[in-house]
Design a protein around this ligand. Sequence first.
Ligand SMILES: Nc1ncnc2c1ncn2[C@@H]1O[C@H](COP(=O)(O)OP(=O)(O)OP(=O)(O)O)[C@@H](O)[C@H]1O
Length: 265
Amino acid sequence: MDNFLPAVNVENARVYLGGQEILHNISWQVRRGERCFILGANGAGKTTLVKLLMGFAWPLFGAKVQVLGKTFGHVNLLELRKSIAWVSPFMHKWLEDGAWNGRDMVLSGPDGTIGLLREPTPEEEKKAAGIMKSLKAEHLMDRPVVAMSSGEQVKVLIARALMTNPELMILDEPSVYLDLAGREFLLKTIEELAATRPDLTMIFITQRIEDILPVFDCGMILKSGQIVASGSRDEVLTEENLKNAFDLDIQLIRTDKGRLWTVIR
Ligand SMILES: Nc1ncnc2c1ncn2[C@@H]1O[C@H](COP(=O)(O)OP(=O)(O)OP(=O)(O)O)[C@@H](O)[C@H]1O
């Protein structure tokens, strides 16, 4: 990997799906170790942008897409994807099938399966235990996944993703199915992960302003397939930008811990 290049570098990407231009001339960079958010309403293009970064959607000729120092068109995507952890709520739904416990689920990370289909090595066992400890989730090791709360299940998914030593983690609306307590639990997990893995580049996709914790130092707003704001968290999360993004007159309330809550005027 070329460590001098940013974790993500997209230049002039236009993406067509179903005959329509979904992303319009996107240019965006994320430096290594940065934690960036992508905020946008339904249909803004967030998932399409993730697909672009994963090599599941392709831009028109003239664009450049580089992820973890590798240039698309000149990279084995299957190899590259091993360095990227994509945590999505749809996986969280799959967890409910089968009789797996937390340990099985975390140890299935290196094989990319959902649930353990082979005997893990002692090294893998040790690593899984270490990751669960760092996430304060040792107690979930022996618990059946079906007996975990949704927030705990997402935590296990994050641990599973960390088994592959990812350099980039894409959290794709991980809180979408969570209730209030589950969401707070997840956000705390993200904070703890940021503290224990400061080298890990994170991209956090969300529709909810209050989910964008201060650990996310940079980000952007997508609207109708275009970046309408980009920069530091404070530069992006302004009432004016949010009004534009969601077509709502939003008032921001900042708590003393730097969390932002919205009120519609
Ligand atoms: N395969 C496809 N063919 C045609 N249009 C598509 C396809 N996939 C997505 N779109 C359209 O592209 C736009 C962006 O979709 P995308 O899923 O990227 O948005 P999103 O910001 O992730 O939305 P949400 O928050 O609802 O998940 C939408 O208008 C969607 O209908």
